[in-house]
Design a protein around this ligand. Structure first.
Ligand code: ZN
Length: 472
């Protein structure tokens, strides 16, 4: 208890203002947008931005705390500067063996969007240190800080509540998710293997190379699936193939609930998929809940070996298109759902987004060190999750909505190879303020749940209607 008392002595204390090393600048914004795959033109296109309500380039709001991140080589504290109470608590926890860290909550409020040249500083105070808690990751303490961000004139631009868990590595309920899933896999029958004949071998060999092949008659160029021995159109026997683009639409689907087959995860979806080449394929629709699936939805190919020795062609929803125009407020309805958006997670995307947010914690870029800390692999940082949530809702809202608040809680980590599928729903509309719930789920469970507030533009604040440069 004495230990906790010492930790809590710093509650309410304020640290020194932390200034950004660089003014808000186009290079960091571009780096962030590339890493987050956020194409909103107001962040990078000066001509488009000039016609918008902002009148100039602005920074993605979710970058708020990226500006004051200290980077790879934090400057040495100058003499006479008071120490930061949160850092002192983190160091005390490190010394007591709570050496691993994971961010669990981030709540942003934005007073205004930042402009090129703004110089941001943040002042933090420690607001809470939890008693020791046993979590899935390990035994540890939650530490909460609040930060006020101001510009070069001392005017407030936003604030953040941030919570991390400092925990003892190796004290979690399972030592790693990888162990848990491999233990599960051992007891489970694998998917039925396909019967491969001389006439169908090309199809299965293509999948080994990540390619979906469609049989094509060499005589008349008709396409067939499933493969045939002889062309029913021209009667020829010379059958070749061509690789599908992987773009498709859902023709029909069913989500069987009974009976259960041990080789298939419950809630699986069987879809009849129409390839853009015209042939249809019976397959699984993945990375989406059955209640988000609609006939006619756009799909893309993913080749996976889910519980099978044989790579199989499956399909998932395509990323919803970014709206080029913000719809009128009157057209929105409480209960309206945003289209599901699967986001493939790779080592590259985790590292690129960590660097773009100036987060050099080893668990976001160094696999060996991450494993040393008890994680099966590197994992996505919380600023990236914020950035992805922000992108998802502003892609939906269109170019003229303003993000006012973004509050997220993290659940299971996103590792390389995961796919996180975003979902969202309009929860309330108050005047021009639209409140949404968002969530992102991977195969293990929810990675993020959160609430968002978007402000709809006044009629006079809409961007002057010229063609969106990204579509030209
Ligand atoms: Zn033919």
């Amino acid at each position: 208890m004495d230990f906790l008392k010492t930790l809590r002595e710093k509650i309410g204390e304020q640290g020194p203002p932390l200034s950004s090393r660089d003014a808000v600048n186009q290079a960091m914004i571009r780096h962030w947008c590339d890493a987050m795959e956020d194409d909103h033109p107001v962040y990078t296109d000066p001509e488009w931005a000039a016609r918008s309500q902002h009148g100039e380039i602005v920074a993605p709001p979710a970058m708020l705390n990226a500006w004051t991140m200290q980077g790879l080589r934090p400057p040495a504290p100058s003499a006479g500067v008071t120490s930061d109470p949160a850092s002192e608590v983190y160091e005390a926890l490190d010394r007591a063996g709570f050496t691993s860290v994971v961010a669990t909550n981030s709540e942003h409020e934005y007073d205004r969007y930042l402009r090129l040249g703004d110089l941001i500083s943040g002042t933090s105070h420690l607001t809470e240190v939890s008693e020791e808690k046993a979590t899935g990751l390990g035994v540890g303490h939650f530490v909460t800080t609040e930060t006020d961000f101001r510009d070069q004139h001392g005017d407030p631009v936003g604030r953040m509540l941030f919570r991390i868990l400092k925990f003892r590595p190796g004290t979690g309920r399972t030592s790693s998710l990888a162990d848990a899933s491999s233990a599960q896999a051992g007891e489970r029958p694998s998917r039925p293997a396909p019967a491969i004949s001389r006439d169908t071998r090309f199809f299965w060999e293509g999948l080994e190379n990540g390619e979906l092949r469609i049989q094509r008659c060499e005589g008349c160029a008709e396409l067939f699936h499933p493969p045939v021995v002889r062309c029913p159109v021209c009667g020829g026997y010379a059958m070749g193939w061509q690789a599908a683009t992987g773009r498709a639409q859902l023709y029909s689907f069913v989500a069987p609930e009974y009976p259960h087959f041990a080789a298939f995860d419950p809630g699986y979806i069987v879809g009849l998929v129409e390839l853009e080449e015209g042939t249809r394929l019976l397959t699984n629709i993945v990375d989406v809940d059955p209640d988000e699936v609609k006939v006619g939805m756009g799909l893309e190919l993913v080749v996976r070996s889910d519980n099978s020795d044989q790579p199989l062609p499956m399909f998932r929803p395509v990323r919803p298109e970014r709206r080029k125009e913000t719809p009128r407020l009157e057209t929105l309805k409480v209960g309206e759902r945003l289209e599901a958006c699967p986001i493939p997670i790779t080592t590259t995307s985790i590292v690129a987004t960590a660097m773009a947010s100036r987060d050099y914690q080893d668990v976001h870029h160094d696999r060996e060190l991450a494993q040393h800390r008890g994680s099966p692999d590197i994992f996505m940082n919380i600023l990236t999750t914020s950035g992805i949530c922000a992108r998802y809702v502003t892609d939906w809202g269109g170019p003229d909505v303003m993000l006012k608040r973004l509050a997220i809680r993290l659940g299971v980590p996103n590792y390389p190879g995961d796919t996180m599928t975003m979902k969202g729903c309009v929860e309330a509309i108050r005047g021009r303020q639209v409140e949404l719930s968002v969530s992102g789920r991977n195969r293990v469970g929810p990675h993020v749940t959160g609430e968002v507030q978007l402000e709809w533009p006044k009629d006079g604040d809409r961007t002057a209607p010229l063609a969106d440069p990204s579509t030209q």
